[in-house]
Write a protein that binds this ligand. Structure first.
Ligand SMILES: Cc1cc2nc3c(=O)[nH]c(=O)nc-3n(C[C@H](O)[C@H](O)[C@H](O)COP(=O)(O)OP(=O)(O)OC[C@H]3O[C@@H](n4cnc5c(N)ncnc54)[C@H](O)[C@@H]3O)c2cc1C
Length: 446
């Protein structure tokens, strides 16, 4: 009997873990190599003062079918807590609720005609079945045409800047389509509910690790992969001084990292991976002794403020979970070269405190109980105009070396549900790879 083919998965985020599980169930002998000391990647938990919660804010939507199916498998579905959530807008120096139709009608930054145009823009975006028709047109061009200049300047530009930083003019209008689709659910009809699993992503990642172990997956933590080179018919994977042979290797990291470590790829492939532009995030977690308001997301539309939003996790999660403290995240999405990535914790904390003082009347600097900063220079690939045309597929020119990376999410936003959907497609591709099928047939017939 043939031994199970050996597969290495580079990266132990939600993508790498889910892929590992799928391949292990297809009788591959799977090893995950994760650079960090723990699994979870962007969804990993960390310590903040006396609490442990997600390093980056995470919410689950009632339309997240792939994620909910995974929670079923992990026996966690009944530990999801659901809620309706509110949002707000900080604009022209004042905070406004922005959750209901009434809030929208009362919103002072737009006149009646502007509001109608905004509503029609959302309706037009929703009328598209997929994002392909909007993938070739710039988001700014499309939104100015649909909503008018005033709505663009007051609403769309701040929202685009909040997620895309100064790179927004290069992004395709399909980004808006994908964002709106996520807000309304894939079916387009459901009113979204928002949820989290008790204990946060720590609960999910721990259950996932246990399931992987039960399926025979070997997990190597604190083992960053430095190189993947061709070794005859197979691939050699180097971690520091250790080198191991695998028949197949799947790289799930952002593409600039894949370009760096995949020596087995052609120069042209590596150049293409390097050319994909990324947006990073500097995300401050602040634990406070009081609530700021009742909104989960407050969009900050003010060029003087370095953070692009405030996410009050305790609008979703009961404050008792955090020992009656209140957890707030302040993200700044920016180009990896942004100077905030090299700013020290003290500087970021000062900026965070100033932001909270400006935006929330309830805030006082003495309310901070714990503070921590996450810096990730490569979070998601920018969906620029014509983006899908330049994307790598799962297979590469090197037999057995695959890329499965969030950059391959087209027509979607970065979220765990899309990540799991990508892993399903990647696993099916790897299992059915004809380059291995023909080898097996050849072996059997010779
Ligand atoms: C601020 C923020 C907020 C978010 N909010 C939500 C939300 O509300 N809801 C939602 O569903 N999703 C949310 N997401 C998105 C979600 O976290 C991602 O979709 C998901 O975690 C991506 O998983 P991944 O495995 O593709 O990538 P990653 O998590 O980035 O995993 C890649 C892994 O590769 C490892 N790695 C890198 N280099 C090497 C190497 N050389 N060798 C070995 N390992 C390596 C990394 O350490 C990392 O663990 C959010 C993300 C961020 C940043």
């Amino acid at each position: 009997m043939n031994a199970a083919p050996r597969v290495a998965i580079v990266g132990g985020g939600m993508l790498g873990m889910s892929l590992a599980l799928r391949l292990a169930r297809e009788r591959f002998a799977v090893t995950i190599f994760e650079h960090a000391p723990e699994l979870g990647g962007l969804a990993a938990p960390w310590r903040l003062g006396a609490i442990t919660w997600d390093r980056h804010y995470h919410v689950t939507l009632s339309s997240d079918d792939e994620l909910l199916a995974l929670l079923d498998e992990l026996d966690l579905r009944d530990r999801v807590r659901w809620k309706g959530l509110r949002s707000a807008f900080y604009i022209a120096g004042a905070l406004h609720p922005f959750s209901s139709a009434l809030d929208f009608l009362r919103f002072p930054a737009l006149g009646t005609i502007d509001k109608v145009r905004l509503g029609l823009t959302v309706a037009h975006a929703r009328a598209h079945r997929d994002g392909s028709a909007l993938a070739g047109v710039g988001v700014e061009t499309w939104l100015r045409r649909e909503s008018g200049d005033r709505v663009f300047e007051r609403i769309w530009r701040p929202l685009l800047r909040a997620k895309l930083g100064d790179a927004y003019p290069e992004v395709a209008a399909s980004f808006i389509w994908a964002t709106i689709r996520r807000m309304y659910g894939a079916s387009g009809s459901a009113t979204q509910r928002f949820g989290y699993v008790e204990g946060g992503y720590r609960t999910i990642v721990e259950r996932m690790a246990a399931l992987l172990a039960r399926n025979g997956v070997r997990i190597e933590l604190g083992r960053g992969v430095d190189g993947v080179v061709a070794a005859g018919d197979a691939l050699a994977l180097a971690c520091g001084a250790r080198v191991e042979r695998f028949e197949r290797v799947v790289v799930t990291t952002p593409t600039p990292i894949a370009a760096r470590i995949c020596d087995a790829l052609s120069q042209e492939e590596r150049d293409r991976l390097r050319a994909i532009r990324y947006q990073g995030v500097v995300c401050a977690s602040v634990l406070l002794d009081r609530a700021l308001g009742d909104a989960y997301v407050t969009n900050i539309a003010d060029d003087r403020i370095p953070f692009t939003g405030a996410i009050e996790m305790t609008a979703l999660v009961d404050a008792r979970t955090f020992g009656n403290r209140h957890l707030v995240y302040l993200p700044r999405y920016a180009d990896p070269s942004d100077r905030f990535f090299t700013a020290g914790d003290a500087e970021v904390r000062h900026a965070a405190s100033r932001t909270l003082a400006l935006v929330f009347p309830n805030y006082a600097p003495s309310a901070i109980r714990a503070f921590r900063v996450s810096r990730v220079p490569h979070v998601f690939a920018l969906p620029t105009v014509g983006y899908a045309g330049g994307l790598p597929g799962f297979s590469t020119t090197r037999r057995g070396l695959y890329l499965a990376t969030s950059a391959q999410i087209v027509d979607g936003t970065l979220n765990v549900n899309e990540t799991l959907e990508l892993s399903r497609r990647a696993a099916a591709h790897i299992v059915a790879d004809p380059r291995f099928r023909s080898a097996a047939v050849h072996e059997a017939t010779s």
